[in-house]
Design a binder for this molecule. Sequence first.
Ligand code: IDP
Ligand code: MG
Length: 139
Amino acid sequence: MSERTLAIIKPDAVKKHVIGDIIHRYEQAGLKPVAIKMLHMSKSVAEGFYAVHKTRPFFGSLCDFMSSCPAVVLVLQGDNAIKKNRELMGATDPAKADAGTIRKAHGANIEFNAVHGSDSPETANFEIGYFFPGMEIFD
Ligand code: IDP
Ligand code: MG
């Protein structure tokens, strides 16, 4: 079933000049970018995006990181896009990520882990709408 997911190439990956490598991996896996933009999140935009984590001890640090430099946000579309993207990404902690995953290749640690991907249809819906109005999504 074709579905959409939100991906973010996080500030650490943008600084490492691996935007192209990561987008290539999406496309090779059959995840088609249908929306894409670079933006420098304010702290409050990052806090709103990660509101689900607001009681976690790493919340402040995570929002500082996400608002530290520009990031690239994308909507990816394809069969089982949510699960497929989570598989491509690898585990949250790059040290535990499988070989061949984006986080294994480009993540530094459990916080600076290169990419974000929605984890369910409900979060994908919220996250896509958070960054993209419908008229900026093309399929
Ligand atoms: P996910 O990105 O694999 O879905 P989540 O648990 O949703 O992982 O956490 C969101 C983000 O918060 C992670 O991608 C990572 O950047 C950061 N994070 C998660 N756990 C920790 C932690 O224990 N310490 C510091 N940062 C963390
Ligand atoms: Mg998550």
